[in-house]
Design a protein. Structure first.
Length: 335
């Protein structure tokens, strides 16, 4: 018994285990609150939402695994809530020497710890693979000429009403005169030189316009080939002009906000959730040790299988029959 409870005797060792589990449960509760707050903030992040739309649109054709950032953080949020209740159960079970609350705490600790470790692997893989691809797409789509062309195509051909939120020139891109040409024509000296060269006065020019002799120049629409159409469809699947505007205009320290948010939360999950998962596993081991001490301290030494059964399933554990000498076990509790 001293080997189980420690050198302070059965009562002192058991009290030390109870105190240790309570302290760990309190620390788990505090960390779970912090994780809950961060996960809630992540779910409200505009950058993370747009990144999720980019990932879903990019993997809709089966190229890549569609990992949902929103679903990942929803699970992180649910795990933190489970740890909050599990910590309270651990405090109650340890203080009152009740095995069922401790079993709940142990199961929650191991299950949530495994999920957090899986989240670390997912987010690290996303940081290494998805973020570089995302940055490359943003660089291509936000090139000035391509950006204006995409906006025009989305508004005119796909009836994207959110394109009104995007600032764009009055003329479609790649149409008529260039910017330098428009500036040149806007100069008075240039206009007079052109009039003198053609031998036409302003009055004659106006009369020709009134008579319909001079044809009005038709501005051709911007060109959009197969690759352009493919990109337009991709942007439309991402959310249209609203997402395109956010991708190209929202930045954090010179980095596109979409990619920066993914990197930030990936680092958070990899660091904080990874360390917290190890701490949770230690909590589960401490809870299991306390359960073992409670079981062996009450009924004495037993076979390993019976001890494991009583630790993991205290409600359904086999009980000692009062009719025999105590050397046999009945399954009356299971029937």
């Amino acid at each position: 018994m001293l080997a189980v409870y420690g050198s302070g005797g059965p009562r002192g060792g058991l009290l030390a285990l109870q105190s240790g589990v309570i302290v760990q449960a309190v620390l788990t509760w505090i960390n779970a609150i912090g994780l809950f707050v961060v996960a809630h903030i992540a779910l409200q992040s505009e950058g993370l939402k747009r990144a999720d739309e980019m990932i879903m649109a990019g993997t809709s054709d089966g190229d890549g695994v569609p990992v949902s950032l929103r679903l990942t953080f929803l699970c992180v949020l649910a795990g933190s809530v489970a740890l909050l209740f599990g910590s309270l159960a651990a405090c109650f079970g340890s203080a009152m020497k009740r095995r069922l609350p401790l079993v709940i705490f142990v199961f929650i600790s191991f299950f949530v710890g495994l999920f957090y470790l899986a989240s670390v692997v997912i987010m690290e893989d996303m940081k290494m693979v998805v973020v570089p691809t995302m940055k490359r797409q943003i660089a291509e789509m936000c090139e000035p000429d391509m950006y204006q062309n995409f906006v025009y195509q989305l508004e005119m051909k796909n009836a994207d009403l959110t394109c009104e939120l995007v600032s764009r020139p009055t003329e479609p891109p790649q149409s008529g005169y260039s910017e330098s040409g428009r500036r040149l024509l806007a100069r008075p000296s240039t206009s007079k030189s052109l009039q003198a060269a053609t031998g036409k006065s302003e009055t004659r020019r106006l009369s020709e316009d009134e008579d319909g002799k001079k044809k009005k120049k038709v501005v051709p629409p911007p060109l959009c080939g197969a690759l352009c159409d493919e990109r337009v469809k991709l942007i439309k699947a991402m959310g249209g002009c609203k997402t395109l505007k956010y991708m190209c205009e929202a930045t954090t320290n010179g980095t596109p906000a979409v990619a920066e948010r993914v990197e930030y939360y990936a680092d958070f999950v990899s660091g904080y959730c990874g360390a917290f998962a190890i701490f949770i596993f230690l909590n589960g081991m401490s809870g299991t040790w306390l359960l073992y001490a409670l079981v062996t301290g009450r009924v004495g030494k037993k076979a390993g299988g019976v001890i494991c059964w009583k630790i993991l399933f205290p409600c359904c554990a086999p009980t000692r029959s009062t009719a025999d000498d105590g050397s046999k076990w009945s399954r009356s509790a299971l029937e």
